[in-house]
Design a protein around this ligand. Structure first.
Ligand SMILES: [Fe+2]
Length: 280
């Protein structure tokens, strides 16, 4: 049997030319590296998964995306080369709506595919590309959602019939998702949870289509909050998943020690119970 397996899931880190909360982008990334190094010193991680928006490379706002500047600057490449090696290894990355690289550029920059599968701790992680529309754009834009590839999920599950399944994507937009995907979620008891980022939130909600069977575990952000009405979501952090030998699992959002200059807010490291999910 397996020991408890711990996995780190991150998203929305946004290496770019913007800064938030009075911290420069460089300082924000240094904070992430310090927090990850401390976490690795305390816990053994089996792997890390980066669920997109490590950049704003094709950004449709302000100064535009740096990959359409002349000369091109790929902050995704900077993330992969400079920061990703410090995450728990092995580490896998899928694109968000701000990494609209075509398949060749994505492979060249990350060494992986836009969607891929990873196994650990008796579980299969299917990493999906839900912003696969309008790749290699010639003008700045913020990505095009395309319903997830259900045939890919079915094939991946058939390849590993003995494993629990976790679906991961930069985002699952249930208003735009296919009836086929919703039916799969309702039927497939091996699927245990969905992980996603994009809205920079940290909470746990439930899939609407199957009366809330599946938890949607949000991976938060290490940049800025999208919900300033909830003061605590301003804190940068990541989600952890613990897979236990009996097949149960738990997941919480980890907030490392941090200071947010613009709010003059300091916090010690903590976990909020309301953002924690435990399977039965
Ligand atoms: Fe996003």
């Amino acid at each position: 049997m397996y020991e408890t397996t711990r996995i780190m899931l991150l998203s929305d880190i946004h290496v770019c030319h913007q800064s938030w909360y009075g911290t420069t982008n460089e300082e924000q990334l240094e904070d992430l590296m310090k927090a990850v190094t401390a976490a690795k010193g305390k816990n053994d991680y089996a792997l890390s998964l980066v669920l997109g928006d490590v950049s704003l490379d094709f950004w449709g706002w302000h100064q535009g995306g740096s990959y359409l500047w002349e000369p091109k600057v790929s902050r995704t490449a900077e993330f992969v080369e400079r920061y990703m090696p410090s995450l728990p290894q092995p580490s896998y990355i899928i694109p968000g709506n701000h990494e609209q690289y075509g398949h060749n550029d994505w492979r060249r920059i990350t060494g992986g595919e836009r969607q891929q599968c990873v196994t650990a701790g008796g579980a299969l992680f299917i990493l999906l590309d839900s912003f696969s529309g309008d790749l290699d754009p010639s003008e700045n834009s913020d990505g095009t959602y395309v319903p997830v590839d259900v045939a890919y999920i079915r094939r991946a599950m058939a390849d590993k019939p003995e494993l629990l399944v976790f679906l991961c994507a930069h985002y699952f937009d249930f208003a735009l998702e296919s009836a086929e995907f919703k039916a799969l979620l309702a039927e497939e008891q091996r699927i245990k949870a969905l992980f996603m980022g994009h809205d920079h939130l940290t909470n746990v909600s439930f899939t609407p289509e199957d009366a809330g069977r599946l938890p949607i575990l949000r991976t938060g952000h290490f940049s800025y909050s999208c919900d300033d009405t909830d003061y605590a979501t301003a804190y940068r952090g990541w989600r952890e998943l613990l897979l236990h030998p009996d097949g149960s699992f738990e997941s919480y959002y980890f907030i490392p020690r941090q200071y947010i200059p613009a709010r003059d807010t300091y916090t010690g490291e903590h976990i909020r119970d309301e953002y924690t999910y435990r399977s039965r």
